[in-house]
Design a protein around this ligand. Structure first.
Ligand SMILES: CC(C)(COP(=O)(O)OP(=O)(O)OC[C@H]1O[C@@H](n2cnc3c(N)ncnc32)[C@H](O)[C@@H]1OP(=O)(O)O)[C@@H](O)C(=O)NCCC(=O)NCCS
Length: 657
């Protein structure tokens, strides 16, 4: 991605913008080139302050600046060497993919409309601002590009806002509302009455007029208005948010009792502050121009989060955004991982301990598998006990209540009982009384199967919140006299809460696959309807894991490699874009083989097989939680998870964190 930044605009000028640019370059390798357009001496001085000599930066000198007092169109025509004009030229002549400006909004919009032209059918571009509601976000268009709008302009805004809402924010059929003074169609100005009639004739999901008082409470997904009204709404709501926090601060400092209350409610204040702080929203696209033009808030102080969000917006608008898998492409809502959790039992079984049980050694196990120790569940500790513990941690992090969970999927090969489903035991243990519960049987690959299944329910709008757990007590089906298998496995559980969070990207690519030709290389022969356990066969160890190690090893590498490549390809990414790979933790040699063949450096591959062994369905879920909680994966990172299991089964998922 090549970006042209107008480095002179904004209330804080080059110091702030160059600081933001340096931060963005550090955070995003996807920025291949960053043009800093403006006074080269000033820009160079700022870069020096940050000791930044990133080769991706190119300074493009511009001798003029569009001042806030300048008239937009006139300034674009007269100040041909202004930073904003030069930045737009870079896009026009194909050197940059997008322009970002925090300067004179009108000038940025006018320069891009004049130089890049509007898209066919669009007369005036409109700024699409994102505003928060309690649980989501909505688009306000136009937020200030076009103050003297005509009815057909507003109609075009409704269409563009709906497209943006659908493809970027993930609303399946965004509802559209027209800002007016009353809900009745006869109320409003001549402009709004005319637009009402036009919108009614479209196939858009038009809900009619909406009043200002409904904006943040019971909003539609696209709010249409002219640029004058939109800008007043935007600025007023921003200033109210700032004012309320200032007033609140003063009130809370008035006595010790309030201060204690404030300290206790700190998290709630922080969440609302984030939600209402315009800096968190990075920038707004000017929709309708034949190129990408992002209008950043003039007063934005670039921070890590806003640059991240800004960059994510680019990726979306540039269509370089990750494509969903063919299965999920039909659905619209985006699905995010909003909480992770894991649990492993206290009891540790080391290789040394095992060498006292079977004919093996620490040296053999370490060199062949990378495993040093594993956790063993207590005798009376069930799969659902471990699953519930992991789930509660994920729920806590997701800040949802158990009652909000619509679906519980437990991936396991070692259910508490053949029926009822282990998910039902978990439901009872965590108090998720509104959830539908079922188990997923795909052995070690089950957790990612669960993620894809839950994702489908959420993208389709059937459910809003799902809990997916991978949990196994493999030691309950281990043959402790078979050294070929008993050294490999351990117990544990990992969980994620999935939800729909408007603009967040979350799960962007999923695959699952199976090959029934290999049911005989990793399986448990007894205990099912085929061979029930009877007093006659009880001594045959049929209710334990049977495995052809070498064949499983070979198939694991083939299947995981193919699944990983497929996920990357479907997401529209390259291997270099992946910040962290979380593979099934079965064997360090398999993990290393996959990393090498994919061309992913070792440090990007998450490994904990040394501490837990193969925990089957829990393996990737535990690793994901550890990577998340340890800060190994950061917001905006592309995380690739890839698994393999008996069946054969395999699955891969890419999440934009
Ligand atoms: C199981 C696995 C580690 C064995 O490694 P390997 O390099 O293939 O080892 P081999 O099968 O060649 O066995 C070599 C020898 O070690 C012996 N051996 C097996 N387990 C042993 C142990 N725990 N300690 C010491 N010796 C052992 C074998 O008996 C064999 O001896 P032999 O040559 O006298 O018959 C490896 O095949 C593997 O990881 N497979 C995938 C398993 C897996 O991931 N399963 C879960 C998928 S979800």
């Amino acid at each position: 991605m090549k970006i042209a930044l107008d480095a002179m605009g904004g209330d804080f000028g080059p110091p702030n913008l160059v600081a933001g640019a340096v931060l963005a370059l550090r955070e995003y390798r996807r920025i291949g080139k960053l043009f800093l357009v403006g006074d080269s001496a000033k820009i160079q001085a700022e870069l020096k302050k940050h000791r930044c000599n990133d080769s991706r930066i190119e300074i493009v000198h511009a001798s003029q600046v569009v001042e806030m007092s300048d008239r937009a169109v006139e300034a674009v025509r007269r100040k041909k060497d202004s930073s904003v004009s030069r930045a737009v030229d870079l896009v026009k002549y194909g050197q940059a993919d997008a322009i970002v400006s925090a300067g004179h909004t009108g000038a940025a919009v006018a320069a891009s409309a004049i130089k890049l032209r509007n898209l066919p059918g669009i007369d005036r571009p409109g700024i699409a601002a994102i505003l928060p509601t309690e649980t989501n976000v909505f688009v306000l268009i136009d937020a200030g590009a076009n103050v003297d709008a005509r009815p057909d302009h507003l109609l075009q805004y409704a269409i563009m806002g709906s497209v943006y809402s659908r493809h970027v924010l993930g609303y399946a059929k965004p509802s559209v509302g027209l800002i007016s003074l009353g809900e009745e169609d006869v109320k409003g100005t001549e402009l709004t009455k005319e637009v009402f009639k036009l919108l009614k004739r479209t196939s858009l999901n038009f809900r009619g007029n909406i009043e200002g008082r409904h904006l943040f409470e019971n909003p539609v997904e696209v709010v249409v208005c002219d640029g004058f009204v939109g800008n007043v709404i935007l600025k007023t709501s921003e200033s109210i948010a700032v004012a309320i926090f200032t007033w609140l601060k003063h009130e809370l400092k008035k006595n010790a009792k309030r201060a204690v209350g404030a300290a206790l409610a700190k998290d709630a204040f922080r969440t609302i502050h984030r939600k209402t702080n315009y800096e968190e929203y990075g920038g707004s696209p000017s929709l309708g121009v034949n190129g990408i033009c992002i209008i950043a808030h003039g007063a934005s102080l670039f921070n890590t989060r806003s640059t991240r969000i800004l960059s994510r917006r680019f990726s979306v608008i540039m269509k370089r955004q990750p494509r969903s898998s063919p299965r999920s492409a039909r659905n619209q809502r985006t699905v995010s991982i909003i909480g992770t959790g894991s649990y492993t039992p206290e009891k540790v079984l080391t290789n040394e301990d095992l060498s006292r049980i079977v004919d093996t050694s620490d040296e053999w196990i370490t060199t062949r598998t990378g495993i040093k120790e594993r956790r063993i569940a207590a005798k009376d500790e069930t799969t659902s006990d471990m699953a519930a513990r992991a789930a509660l941690k994920a729920i806590e992090q997701a800040k949802v209540s158990p009652e909000e969970i619509d679906l519980i999927l437990v991936a396991t090969a070692t259910p508490d009982m053949i029926f009822p489903a282990t998910a039902c035991f978990v439901q009872k243990k965590i108090g998720a009384k509104n959830a539908a519960c079922l188990d997923v049987s795909a052995a070690c690959a089950g957790f990612l199967f669960g993620v894809e299944i839950a994702q489908q329910f959420i993208t389709s709008g059937t459910y809003d919140t799902a809990l997916v757990i991978g949990a196994d007590k493999l030691t309950s089906i281990t043959n402790w006299s078979d050294r070929n298998t008993c050294v490999l496995f351990g117990d544990g559980a990992g969980a994620v809460v999935l939800g729909h969070r408007g603009s967040a990207h979350g799960v962007i690519s999923t695959n699952m696959g199976s090959d029934g030709d290999f049911t005989d290389i990793l399986f448990m022969p007894g205990g099912g309807s085929k061979t029930p356990i009877t007093p006659e066969n009880a001594h045959l160890n049929l209710q334990t894991i049977h495995m052809s190690g070498k064949e499983v090893y070979k198939q694991a590498v083939i299947a995981m490699l193919a699944a990983a490549r497929k996920a990357i390809d479907q997401a529209g990414l390259t291997v270099d874009d992946i910040a962290c790979v979380i593979p099934h933790q079965a064997n360090l040699r398999i993990i290393e083989a996959i990393g090498e063949r994919l061309g992913i450096p070792r440090e990007k591959v998450f490994v904990n097989v040394d501490r837990y062994g193969n925990t089957s369905a829990a393996s990737v879920a535990i690793a994901l939680d550890e990577a998340n909680r340890s800060g190994r994966i950061k917001a905006g990172d592309y995380v690739l998870m890839v698994v393999f299991g008996g069946g054969l089964t395999w699955a891969s998922t890419i999440v934009e964190w």
